[in-house]
Design a protein around this ligand. Structure first.
Ligand code: HEC
Length: 157
């Protein structure tokens, strides 16, 4: 019994100690509007708000943190997801990608949503409001298809 108590106290102290480790937040008010996704594409408001609620926490320069995102060790996973996610796709930097990269990222977005891989299930477990409805998914996929068609037309003529 004594031993179990000791282990429990040790765990508790470690838990308290790691709370002091709070890495820098992914919050920046200043970003280049010219590179911003919504400033480069005519994104329908419903599509934009779906992407914002489901993807922007990990794929933009501004994360809306919830109180439990600050509790360690969750915080470390949250920050790791953000930094990995931003490396792959950052909606605030979208305009700085080459045309080809923008095109392939748009396709990748569509693919990730179709397959249900994004948003990550480990994230939606605690962030229920980031779950996209079937209608919201279809709206994003169809919009991406529609801009692809536009691009093809401009290349052909
Ligand atoms: C909890 C954080 C998180 C959320 C929310 C999230 N992603 Fe991601 N995303 C990641 C991480 C981490 C990676 C890189 C590792 C990987 O592919 O699993 C990634 C990678 C990607 C990639 C690159 C994959 C490739 O093959 O090019 C795309 C595209 C993507 N996400 C789209 C989305 C979209 C669209 C949403 C919203 C519907 C979304 N993500 C929501 C964390 C997230």
């Amino acid at each position: 019994m004594k031993r179990i108590k000791k282990i429990a106290i040790t765990f508790f102290l470690v838990f308290i100690a790691i709370q002091f480790y709070q890495p820098k937040q992914n919050v920046s008010s200043s970003f280049d509007i010219g590179k911003n996704f919504a400033n480069n594409y005519k994104v329908p408001p419903t599509v934009l708000s779906s992407l914002q609620k489901a993807c922007y926490d990990c794929h933009s320069n501004n994360t809306k943190y919830l109180w439990y995102d600050y509790v360690q060790p969750a915080r470390m996973f949250v920050e790791a997801h953000i930094s990995d996610g931003k490396k792959e796709l950052n909606f605030n930097e979208f305009g700085s990608y080459s045309n080809r990269k923008q095109q392939s990222k748009l396709e990748a977005i569509s693919k990730q949503i179709k397959s249900g891989e994004m948003p990550l299930s480990s994230y939606t477990l605690l962030h229920h409001d980031a779950v996209l409805t079937e209608t919201q998914k279809q709206a994003i996929i169809q919009w991406i298809e529609s801009i692809n068609e536009e691009d093809n037309t401009s290349e052909n003529y």
